[in-house]
Write a new protein. Structure first.
Length: 305
C-alpha cells in the first residue's frame, strides 16, 4: 500500500525520489537514502520526502537517522498524513499512541480503494463482514432490522454480507474514494464521508437498530468514544456487531508491528460495560492473511439492554 504522494512539485526531485524507490525495491536502502537526501536538498519542506527517507533508513537499520527523518516529516505536517508518529512509536522514540492520525488513515484507504476488494478478498482471504454477519445471526436468528449504520463501511462489503437484513443501512467512512464506491454499490441509503464517532453522535438518540464495524477498530485504536456514541444511538434491543484484531485476555490496547492495533478481551468488556452495553457474543475467527500469517480476530456482538 503506497502511503506517500508521488509528486513533490519539483520534477528533478521527483526523478531522484523515483530512483531512490527503485534502489529500495532492489533491496538497497542505503543507496536509496543517499539519493533521497539529494532530492530533499531541492524540496526540504516536503514532508513525504522525509517520511520516505525515514523508511529507507529504517530498512537499513539506521535507527537514529530514521528517527530524525520521521521527526522532520512529523514537524512539517501537523496532520501527519504519512503516519510518521506511529513509525516513531514503533522505533521507541515516542510513547505508543492510542489512535492513528485520521488524515493518515483517510489517505491510506483513499489510495487503496480502487484495489481494496481485489487485494483484500481475493488475495488475503478477508472475512470481516462475513464474521460479523454470522455473529449477528447467532444472536438474532432471522430478525430483520429497521435502521442500521455501518461505520468504516469501506467499499460496502458489510452491506453485501447483511444481504437485505436491514431495511435501511447507512454508511460512514473517513476515505472519500471508499465512500464513492460504497455509494455506487446501491446497497446503502446514505453514505457520508466522516468520522464514525461524530456520525454516531449526530444521530438522534435511540434511532438505530443495528451498528456494524468490520475491521475498523485496528485503525481506530481506543474505540471507547464509539461504544459510548453507539449505545446512545441504539434503540433498546439494538445490536452492535464488530471485529477487532485479537489481543490477549487482558485489557491491553497495543500498536503492533503491522502499525495496527490489537485489543484484549478485557479491553472490549470494559469498553462495553462503560457504555452500558451487554456482551451478547464473543467468538474467535480468522480475519485475513497478512505476510503469510493468519490474523486472529475477536468477533463481538453487543446489545443495548
Ligand atoms: C479495512 S477497511 C474495512 C472496510 C469495511 N468495513 C469492510 O469490512 O470491507 C477499514 C475502513 O475503516 C475506515 N475507518 C477507519 N477509521 C475510521 C473512523 N474513525 N471513522 C470512519 N471510518 C474509519 C477506513 O477509512 C477504511 O475504509
Amino acid at each position: 500500500m503506497s502511503r506517500v504522494p508521488l509528486s513533490s512539485g519539483d520534477p528533478i526531485a521527483d526523478r531522484r525520489f523515483a530512483h531512490a524507490r527503485d534502489y529500495a525495491a532492489r533491496g538497497e536502502p542505503g543507496a536509496a537514502a543517499e539519493v533521497a537526501e539529494q532530492a530533499l536538498e531541492r524540496v526540504p519542506g516536503w514532508a513525504p520526502g522525509w517520511f520516505l527517507l525515514g523508511e529507507f533508513r529504517e530498512a537499513e537499520d539506521a535507527r537514529e537517522a530514521a528517527v530524525a527523518a520521521f521527526e522532520r516529516a512529523a514537524a512539517l505536517d501537523p496532520e501527519d498524513r504519512c503516519g510518521a508518529g506511529p513509525r516513531l512509536a514503533r522505533l521507541g522514540a515516542r510513547p505508543a499512541p492510542t489512535t492513528l492520525p485520521p488524515a493518515h488513515v483517510r489517505d491510506l484507504f483513499d489510495a487503496y480503494a480502487p484495489r481494496f476488494e481485489r487485494s483484500l478478498v481475493d488475495r488475503l482471504g478477508y472475512r470481516g463482514p462475513e464474521l460479523v454477519a454470522t455473529a449477528i445471526e447467532a444472536v438474532a436468528g432471522e430478525r430483520r432490522f429497521g435502521r442500521g449504520l455501518d461505520i468504516g463501511c469501506g467499499t460496502g462489503l458489510m452491506a453485501r454480507a447483511l444481504a437485505g437484513r436491514v431495511a435501511r443501512l447507512d454508511g460512514v467512512d473517513l476515505a472519500p474514494t471508499m465512500v464513492t464506491i460504497a455509494r455506487a454499490s446501491g446497497l446503502y441509503g446514505e453514505v457520508v464521508v466522516g468520522d464514525a464517532a461524530s456520525e454516531l453522535e449526530r444521530r438522534p438518540s435511540g434511532s438505530l437498530d443495528l451498528v456494524t464495524a468490520a475491521d475498523v477498530f485496528c485503525y481506530v485504536g481506543d474505540f471507547r468514544a464509539i461504544t459510548t456514541a453507539t449505545a446512545r444511538a441504539l434503540a433498546p434491543g439494538g445490536l452492535f456487531g464488530f471485529t477487532v484484531e485479537a489481543g490477549g485476555a487482558g485489557d491491553e490496547l497495543r500498536l503492533v508491528d503491522s502499525l495496527r492495533f490489537t485489543h484484549g478481551r478485557g479491553y472490549i468488556a470494559a469498553a462495553l460495560t462503560a457504555a452500558g452495553l451487554d456482551l451478547a457474543h464473543l467468538a474467535e475467527g480468522t480475519l485475513r492473511r497478512d505476510r503469510d500469517q493468519d490474523i486472529p480476530a475477536f468477533v463481538v456482538v453487543a446489545a443495548r439492554p
